[in-house]
Ligand binder design. Structure first.
Ligand code: 13P
Ligand code: SF4
Length: 406
């Protein structure tokens, strides 16, 4: 088993808390695709020549392809990507920063987006017409985004219309982690997109235009943002999309009438694992520990943490903490592991002792990056993400409303 930096599994100096340690804390080692347990079952098909390549060989090939493509390509990397991918990122960031980048850099013909499907779609919506967006592995989706199937959202909207008599006073707000068609839906019905770094501003914008917000797909980001704005918990009601249409998402008329935010019952399986018990354990071991979490965590976890914010916020929080700080982080392990390595004068650890990587971000294995880059060198665009033209205009409107908020 080799990696681009020839690293071998060894005890991690950054995680001194045995009980809070997880085997993934050392950073994820890249193995050839054939050794990946899940490769044959649910990964996108890829030419056989890439199956057995180790990390060193893949790194060498990606580097060569990159040099050949020169300024024709820009590689974007989300913070949750593994080291063997992030080393190639011209720009790394949270989903807001990467969308901003795509909207304001028309220089490169190809944008290779190392992240997940909804992020690449947002880049395609925002980039210039001559640019083409490529996602290395088409199976790199987002389980939270998948919890809001567009027909379910449209059906809920119709039910809300029937219940209230009109949706004129309801502003639809979709989290960036959603299908392009839902962004288009928001654009069409006077709504907007938000990310974890601007959710408060976006909800303020929405409440200037309507009495209620219909927020999807992440109940936790919606609830945490509403609570931060002073909205009582009982004025934020959950819409259970698993119930058959006609059940008002499990709410009664009174609950809906009181609701200021109607929250889609979606969640992130990585962030929903963080708990109050983990925070208590960290504080028992390190009385001075600071806890920083992503707002996709449950409300009680966010309330108990010292700080919360987007992946970019978390990175800044750790970087700006004084030397000697001990910081427990509630987010995906690739980012936590990188922050620990980049801040050797601090003790940085993941709050969850058995946390797993985001399994969909993880699907961007270097073999896929090598394949898409070498295909570009050969003049073939594989895995292009192309939002249908009829969705693009409305989706762009919803994204531009978000980008315009200062
Ligand atoms: P950020 O916008 O904070 O990067 O979050 C994206 C995401 O998918 C978190 O799970
Ligand atoms: Fe989706 Fe959660 Fe992965 Fe983020 S961490 S991409 S919300 S599944």
């Amino acid at each position: 088993m080799t990696t681009s930096t020839a690293k071998q599994p060894k005890p991690n100096p950054y995680y001194p808390i045995g009980q809070l340690q997880c085997e993934t804390d050392t950073g994820l080692l890249t193995v050839p695709l054939t050794q990946e347990v899940a490769f044959r079952s649910w990964q996108q098909a890829i030419p056989e020549e890439y199956w057995g390549l180790d990390a060193d060989e893949l790194t060498r090939r990606i580097r060569t392809a990159r040099a050949t493509l020169a300024e024709n390509v820009v590689v974007l990397g989300h913070h949750y990507q593994r080291e063997d991918i992030i080393q190639f990122a011209d720009e790394r960031g949270d989903s807001f920063a990467l969308a901003q980048y795509a909207a304001s850099h028309p220089e490169s013909r190809y944008i290779v987006f190392c992240g997940v499907h909804f992020m690449a779609e947002a880049a395609d919506i925002l980039c210039a017409p001559h640019q083409q967006v490529v996602l290395p592995n088409m199976e790199a989706g987002c389980s939270m985004a998948d919890m809001a199937a567009p027909p379910d959202v449209y059906s809920a909207w119709r039910e809300l219309e029937d219940s209230f008599g009109s949706t004129d006073d309801i502003i639809p707000v979709t989290y960036m982690n959603s299908a392009a068609s839902l962004k288009a839906f928001c654009g069409k019905y006077g709504g907007v997109v938000c990310t974890s770094s601007n959710a408060t501003k976006v909800l303020e914008w929405a409440f200037e235009r309507g009495k209620r917000v219909f927020f999807f797909p992440d109940q936790h980001l919606g609830r945490n943002t509403g609570a931060k704005m002073g909205i009582p918990l009982d004025e934020m009601v959950l819409w259970n999309w698993r119930l058959p249409a006609g059940n008002l998402g499990g709410r009664d008329g009174d609950e809906l009438a009181r609701a200021r935010i109607i929250l889609w019952q979606g969640h992130c399986s990585v962030h929903q694992r963080f708990s109050l018990t983990q925070i208590e354990q960290a504080r028992e071991r390190y009385p001075d520990v600071k806890i920083v979490v992503h707002p996709e965590c449950r409300h009680e976890v966010v309330q108990e943490a010292d700080a919360n914010g987007s992946t970019a916020y978390i990175a800044k929080y750790v970087a700006e903490a004084p030397a000697g700080s001990v910081i427990g982080v509630g987010t995906e392990i690739n980012l936590v592991s990188r922050l620990a390595k980049e801040n050797p004068d601090k003790t940085v650890f993941c709050l969850d002792p058995v946390v797993c990587p985001c399994s969909t971000m993880y699907r961007v294995h270097p073999a896929y990056l090598a394949w898409v880059m070498e295909s570009l060198v050969a003049g073939t665009v594989v895995n292009r993400i192309q939002v249908p033209a009829e969705e693009k205009a409305h989706a762009r409107l919803a994204l531009e409303r978000m980008l315009a908020l200062k």
